[in-house]
Design a protein around this ligand. Sequence first.
Ligand code: ASP
Length: 414
Amino acid sequence: MGSSTNNANKEAILILGAIILGLITGLILYFTNNQEVALYVKPIGDVFLKLLKMIIVPLVLSSIFMAIINIGSPDELGSLGLRSITYYFFTTAVAVLIGLVIVNIIQPGIGVDVGAELSAAQTSKFEASSSKGLLNTIIGVVVDAIPTNPFKAMAEMKVLQIIVFSIFLGIVSLLNRKIAQPLINLMESVEKLSMVLIDWIMKVAPFGVFALMTHVIASSGLNAIYGLAKYMIAVLLGLFIHMIFLLIIGSWRHKSSPLHILKACLPPMLTAFSTSSSASTLPITMNAVQDNLGVSKKTSQFVLPLGATINMDGTALYESVAVIFIGQAYGLDLSVTNQIIIFITASLAAVGAAAIPGAGLVTMSIVLSAVGYPLQGIALILAVDRILDMFRTSINVFGDCVGTVVVDSFEKSK
Ligand code: ASP
């Protein structure tokens, strides 16, 4: 444990250093008008992202499969699943509630100039998403989770579909142990080798993170930050309070100090910050909870892939703040009824959001249309979405880590 904690510290420090260096380099390039230099650095970030993504399919397939084999019975699997989903919904609801309270106190949208327009291409993207409606989106998520062709699901990296296929394959193997033995051996080795590969990828993480940061900062519209400072503060404050909340339950269930939990989760949180993708961060998250927090393999193998796909506290909080901000800016109806609708729809829209950059912005159109707010409002917050995505994705990933700790602690105390 001691040496793994040291490793985690070293990893976290290197990645944090890379983020700070990337931030400074990006700012220098931005203010000296040399943004194009960032394009030369970008390929390093792209290579890092691709390496992470390369591991997702074998990791999700083998880890869910092996989790089921290790859990040993469909009943236990059901209880693990139920615990995880209860945790997801509870913490997501808390996140949205925090967002709503903060945005109603700070009121960042009052007095904002609503002159901004969306381009035709952007409008059609958001309209397509909102016209589906909330119920259809949720039903769509469930129906879409079942793959018709598991190989296509893997080829297209549809994580939820891969999870469902692995669950079926795991259960049928559990019930037919003898026939499944060669497959179990194969999956066990795929899973172990994936973890070794992740260790290797972690060694180049600081370079990748530096490149991603430099590119994002150099190419962001930093001017927009000034006009939207109050809105950004509301989102960041909300995310910070939620992080404290997660830290409290994490340290309560893990029986260790909040600082220990935070340190252990820093490598995945910082990677999430620089990639803005919970899915791409999954390999590193898996590594961190097993090595740094001692979460049992069978819990993390099952709970983390599911969490990365459907548990997004940061996104849910962000959506509630953004939608109320738009309502305030346009002087729309902010009645309790509307806020309750936003509370419910933002929680569910976060479940429907893919674990990739900018996904939360797209599902936000569902929340807006549920309360009849104009989709045009998205134009007001578009400029700072990428930056806020970095923060909300970190909290999404932190929520997944804490969730695994919580579920694991209940499993162990059984
Ligand atoms: N980027 C987020 C994630 O991957 C989703 C979002 O856009 O909010 O977790």
